[in-house]
Design a protein around this ligand. Sequence first.
Ligand SMILES: Cc1ncc(COP(=O)(O)O)c(C=O)c1O
Length: 401
Amino acid sequence: MTSPLLPVFARAELSFEKGEGPWLYGRDGQRYLDFGAGIAVNALGHAHPHLVEALTEQASKLWHSSNLFQIPEGERLAQRLVDHTFADVVFFTNSGAEANEAAIKMARKYHHANGHPERFRIITFEGAFHGRTLATIAAGGQAKYIEGFGPKVEGFDQVPVNDLEALKAAIGPETAALMIEPIQGEGGVRSVDNAFLKQLRALCDQHGLMLIFDEIQTGVGRTGKLFAYEWTGVTPDIMAVAKGIGGGFPMGACLATREAAIGMTAGSHGTTFGGNPLAMAVGNAVLDVILAPGFLKEVERKGLLLKQRLAELKDRHSSIIAEVRGFGLMMGLRTVVPNTDFVAAARDQKMIVIGAGDNVVRLLPPLIISDEDISEAFNRLDAACAAMEAELKTKTQPGAA
Ligand SMILES: Cc1ncc(COP(=O)(O)O)c(C=O)c1O
């Protein structure tokens, strides 16, 4: 049967009917260990009781009122984000791409408000992924996402990560901002050198540029801090957040200093749904858990445990795994075999992992993952690797087709 859905996704032949913690229950009757978390979204796993309670309680009171009115739940969430970050102000969105759009618009408007409308260009980095809107595909710079959609949105220049000279050469009189993921997610769990991030900050200060961090994948506890920038000693002017902040409820946010947001006056930007009471109730509930004493320390500890186990896995299966990458509970395995084969082999062992660029497989478990489930993940991945090795052997045997 032909699906009525626009065929833009190559979907696996698998669907789920419920989830609990790090487990997904397939309609095939099988239970899957979820190390994808909906691509770093289900930060607290599935059906977390505190989130379910917050959502259902809010659902019985008020879903939506529009941004024409005060939304106290949103004021509260914004204040909590401000209290725990560099930021002074928050704009809520429905997705990551929209959070980045807000960030891009804000950076351009900052210069406009300061009498420099000619400063609109944003420097981004090779391998980046910032979303699928017209501006964010231009920011990401990947031809496969840009081609066929008309003229590329003007004003994005791209340079390699960790290449200071290329970056310096790209900064011109029209440059408004630098935009970077502290760890590239879709690009293949690729870390950016801390020293390079520091140089980015210094260049921004020197040239009066906005520094935008895209923490859509790295944020909300994923690396063991509320936001990854806290590890780096570098503070952005503007930061895009999404994915984990809603724990599965679609929402995002653009955070900024008051100075960076100077051009964003009444009427300059907007959204119908962004920051609605349902999303805000869930966002607050996510923070209740993530900001509880000790939670992030546990993420950090479990991240180290996972990294250790993955290093062991690589040692056991060097014909399958070339490299272990990542930080906290945002880990990647660069594979020797095609990463799609690895994802499929893991699925055969009833475990969900996610492909990324650079032939990497991402492991993004919910932050509530237990030590036992990390061990279980190791066993399943070990079995997946053994199955792939057996297959490689049959392929390389003399006489094999
Ligand atoms: C770093 C980063 N930026 C932006 C996006 C886009 O977010 P969304 O798909 O919610 O628009 C993603 C999604 O994968 C991402 O990982």
